[in-house]
Design a protein around this ligand. Structure first.
Ligand SMILES: Nc1nc2c(ncn2[C@@H]2O[C@H](COP(=O)(O)OP(=O)(O)O)[C@@H](O)[C@H]2O)c(=O)[nH]1
Ligand SMILES: [Mg+2]
Length: 640
């Protein structure tokens, strides 16, 4: 089945095309011409289809290269249904092309796109009346927000299956008489051809040389008839025949507009005004960066203010407990480990996690997340993924656990697997703390930025590689963007608690228990064993102090523990006094990439299974070792 999108330039064809296009939309040249069109497989209502995005044209003549190619495509290739995308805010002008497309006599539906623009201008269109006048289904759409697209493609599928051909539009009496004359003459020669006689007759009357030459007239000697018809037409109107026909078409198009559209008061709500900026190709990207940077600063500012007093309070608690249960004893060590587990959750994770989750709930509740997905859709498509993948990836900056769970929004198992793998590579708030506290604090913010850029590059490359390796069916999903709205406090609280519960119930008990177990290992001096066992990696390969070994093991439990343990293992909070710049960056790069934490592994195994969890974890280790070793080498070579 082939759906062909046709319409005037800037009516939103490509936007609608991209909403349903599969992973690899191919751009092709029309044979022997520089005009390009785009084709993609798409899954529409569960059926594999081909969708074609034709170049934008104002009419169907053969004097313009794009129009000629679009026309010959429509005539010669089997377009099972034409989806005519029109700009609702410029209805009359758009309908002139619609009328010409109707002359082709193919199953057709009209996407009354830019519906938001029309509303903004105060234009109200009676779709039912318009559909009646045109004789084809009319579906109001807002392409940019995916609205109406499901209905549009459902109608297109129906038109395709019923194969119902619309009646061509009727023009004024003289034109109709001339058309009928010529049609009669060409009909015989067109037998077996896809070209409707009426269409060819109109083209001949318009004196379109290319059409006459390109389509042929079937060798029927019509010249006498055609010339007579043309001269009759010109005599009756006093203009050239092509002017008469285009004038007639213009009158019909604008006549329809007058009858179905009413102009009310233009009105711009704050939602539409905000959307114009948020979704605009030029302002959308920069605004997204500003919103995200502002978001992260807000979370960090708040987190820092909460973390400092909480960490101090837990230190005091540990001290007073030590008075009752002496440290160094078995009981004291276990207790200390458990307190560390509790405090790791309360003092280090929650201060960042809670503001982050609230912030994220705000982004979600206002409807900004799907807007981000829209803005990044192109990038994701180029990577071979759907824009929807952006949502879990974004959540990954908070915590990999909810991020992995968020991949549930992706219908395709292939997309879920790839996105889960990528999500694990996104530095969560814990790893972000390490980036800031180790590289940022001691070497400067630009170094922290460099680590982020490196991370983005790795995610991009990995995504492209995985998408290339994992073949899958076209996604066939449409991202519908809801109206912008103010967040409701009740919703925010519910959403935050829902995500928080996952941490409190799954991750935290694990953290407490594991801390206690590691406390015991320390008590038995097993930490030295761990350090020695890991020294081929830490010392030999990465050039780090031997004491860093155990910090990496702690990091498997919670990534923020690498930081806490590093300070403890080195015996000073001023880690730059002990570690060189090369070691600071190497350590951070390794921590950012290696192994998901235990909680993430548990959730991943539940969501995508152990097999995927195993290879994804293996890839993180390979990437971490490679990049950290490369970092060390780079520092050695440049002598920095
Ligand atoms: N306001 C609004 N803008 C839209 C809508 N659909 C597409 N656009 C925007 O219109 C512009 C042109 O769209 P595009 O798909 O490139 O049009 P094409 O030339 O027909 O392929 C782009 O900036 C789109 O984001 C819509 O329904 N409403
Ligand atoms: Mg386009």
């Amino acid at each position: 089945m082939r759906f062909v999108l046709a319409g005037q330039p800037n009516s939103g064809k490509s936007t609608i095309f991209n909403a349903v296009a599969g992973y690899r939309a191919a751009t092709a040249n029309f044979p022997g011409s520089s005009v390009v069109y785009t084709v993609s497989r798409a899954l529409i209502l569960g059926r594999e289809t081909e969708v074609v995005d034709l170049p934008g044209v104002y009419s169907l003549t053969s004097t313009d290269a794009a129009e000629r190619e679009a026309l010959s495509y429509l005539l010669e290739r089997d377009a099972d249904v034409i989806i005519n995308v029109i700009d609702a805010s410029r209805l009359g002008r758009s309908l002139e092309l619609t009328l010409q497309l109707l002359e082709l006599g193919r199953p057709m539906v009209v996407a009354l796109n830019m519906h938001d623009e029309a509303t903004r201008k105060g234009i109200e269109i009676d779709e039912t009346a318009l559909a009646e006048k045109l004789g084809v289904p009319v579906v109001p759409t807002i392409g940019r927000r995916g609205q109406g697209l499901r209905t549009l493609f459902r109608e297109a599928m129906r038109a395709c299956l019923t194969g119902l051909r619309p009646d061509p539009p009727r023009y004024d009496n003289e034109v109709e008489k001339a058309v009928a004359d010529v049609e009669l003459a060409v009909r015989e020669g067109l037998e077996g051809s896809r070209v409707p006689a009426r269409f060819l007759a109109i083209k001949l009357l318009e004196g379109d040389p290319g059409v006459a030459a390109g389509l042929g007239t079937g060798g029927v000697p019509i010249n006498g008839r055609l010339e007579r018809a043309i001269s009759d037409l010109e005599k009756a109107h006093g203009w050239s025949s092509d002017q008469v026909i285009s004038g007639s078409r213009h009158a019909v198009a604008h006549g329809i507009e007058d009858r179905v559209a009413t102009l009310g008061r233009a009105h711009v709500g704050w939602r539409e005004a905000a959307d114009r900026l948020l979704l605009h190709p030029l302002t959308g990207g920069p605004l997204m960066v500003i919103i995200l940077v502002g978001f992260f600063y807000a979370v960090f500012g708040l987190g820092k203010h909460l973390e400092t007093p909480l960490v101090a309070a837990f230190a005091r608690l540990a001290e007073s407990l030590a008075r009752f249960v002496p440290p160094g004893t078995f009981a004291g060590t276990v207790l200390n480990g458990m307190v560390m587990g509790v405090s790791g959750g309360v003092a280090i994770v929650l201060p960042y996690l809670v503001p982050f989750l609230i912030g994220l709930a705000v982004l979600e509740d206002t409807g900004y997340l799907p807007r981000m997905a829209y803005i990044l859709d192109n990038v994701m498509h180029r990577m071979g993924l759907h824009g929807k993948s952006v949502v879990p990836l974004m959540l990954g900056y908070g915590c990999s656990v909810p991020a992995v769970m968020a991949t549930r929004i992706l219908e395709s198992p292939r997309d879920r697997r790839i996105t889960t793998a990528l999500t694990v590579f996104v530095p969560c708030s814990a790893r972000t703390t390490v980036i800031y506290a180790v590289v940022g604090a001691f070497l400067g913010p630009l170094w922290a930025l460099a680590v982020y850029v490196l991370n983005l590059v790795v995610i991009g490359v990995l995504g492209a590689v995985l998408a290339g390796r994992m073949k899958g069916r076209a996604p066939g999903l449409i991202l519908e963007i809801p109206d912008l709205r103010l967040p409701a406090v009740g919703n925010l609280a519910a959403k935050t608690w829902l995500s928080l519960r996952e941490f409190v119930v799954i991750a935290w008990p694990l953290l407490i228990a594991s801390s206690a177990v590691l406390g015991v290992l320390e008590w038995a001096h097993a930490d030295r064993l761990l350090n020695v066992a890991l020294s081929p990696l830490t010392v030999v390969l990465l050039g780090l102090p031997v004491a860093t070994g155990v910090t990496l093991v702690f990091g498997l439990l919670r990534k923020e523990l690498t930081l806490v343990m590093l300070v403890q293992a080195l015996g000073t909070a001023n880690i730059a006094a002990v570690l060189t710049a090369a070691q600071l960056v190497t350590f951070t790069v390794f921590v950012v990439f290696y192994m998901p934490c235990v909680a993430t592994i548990a959730v991943m195994a539940r969501e995508v299974g152990w097999k995927d969890t195993a290879w994804i974890s293996a890839v993180t280790v390979v990437v971490a070792v490679t990049l950290a070793a490369a970092t060390r080498l780079l520092f050695a070579l440049t002598g920095a």
